[in-house]
Write a protein that binds this ligand. Sequence first.
Ligand code: NI
Length: 169
Amino acid sequence: MIYSIVKFGDPVLEIPAAEVTSFDDGLKKLVEDMFESMYAARGVGLAAPQIGISKRIAVVDVTFKEDPDARLVLINPVIISKEGRQRSSEGCLSIPEFREDVTRAKTVTLRAQDLTGKFFEHTGEDLLARAFLHETDHLNGKLYISHVSALKRDLIKRKIKKLVKAGEW
Ligand code: NI
C-alpha cells in the first residue's frame, strides 16, 4: 500500500514519535509499505511520521533500488557517534520543491533494532550519514530546515504559506 506523504504544516512532523515495542507482522507490513511509499515518492529515506504514523521507524535506501543490500530498516534508531563534516544540498519529501545546503557530520554510527527487535549498529558515510541524521531528526520531530539559517527558514515558510493559500500545498 502506498501512503501519501504528509507535508510541512502537519503537526505530526513536529512531535517526537513513540518507541516501537511490538515486533509483529503489523510492523513488517508497515515497513514494506514504507519502502513502497518512499520509492513511489522518489525518496531515499522515509520516516513513519511522514506517512502520519508517529512511531520511531525509518527506512533508507541511498542507492534507490540499485542494491538490495542497501535497504535499511531502522527501528528506534539512536545516533551513537558522529565525525567530520560535509556540506551539501538536502531536501525532504515533506517539504517538496525546496532544497538547501546543510552541514552534517560526514560519518555517523547509529544503533537501531531490526524487524525482529534485534539490536544492530551501522556506520554510514556521506549520503548515508546524512540520511541517518535526517531520518532520526524526523523521529524527534525535527526537520532539516531547523539546520539552515533563520533567514532562509523564514523565506521557505513564507513561500509555503503562499502555496497553502493558493491551494497548491
Ligand atoms: Ni525528510
